[in-house]
Write a protein of this length. Sequence first.
Length: 254
Amino acid sequence: MDISGNTIFIPGSTSGIGLALALALRERGNTVIVGGRRADLLERLAAEHPGLDTVRIDTADPASVEAAAKEVLERHPGLNVLIAMAGIMRAEDWHRPEGFLESATGIVTTNVLGPIRLIAAFVEHLQTRPDATIMTVSSGLAFTPLKATPSYNASKAAIHMLSESLRLQLADTSVRVVELEPPAVRTTLMPGQETSEFAMPLEDFTAEVMALLESQPDATEIQVERVKFLRYGEARGDYDQVIATLNRLDPHGD
């Protein structure tokens, strides 16, 4: 993925990693459209960051995805990058259905069906662009499970395999598939994570991701150094130790 000169839509980017990347990409000379559910928050972001476009979208709602895609493409027919950022993470107790079923349904709807719906809405258009990118967002927890968040772990593992499969299917098109694999980052994704000493500072994560995008434009997986502990435990042969360390030290995934 080239670091500048793109038109980029980032649903789920009104805060946290999504917003940080949206602002960093805009500073590098890209046209960036931020998507989110709350109209008031989108209006505030547009006022605070002139030049940043906004579109209301709820990726859990198929009609909202369809309407947002139409609006984005009408205003930005040169769109060539989709970053499927929206996601939720919740602690669950799978000993009884009331401890997980409602949560799991919501997580799968947002974290798995959301990106699928987004890709469905834009994939034909992206194939008309000479240089296009779909960026998915998985997690280090796609590769090493955090005990407290079974559905989140599974949803991100699904995104990893979806990314791998799409890369094969779209190899005959102009569309690249890139997977961003964050570690725990200091955001509000989970209670207490924003101040967790085990989570990576957001500004450090953003800077490292931007540096990787610039130095490795053909990379298929964007991995900051801190996520490699989780990503490659099985390949290194220390998977059991990685699981033990993760679940002993950090309730938020780092």
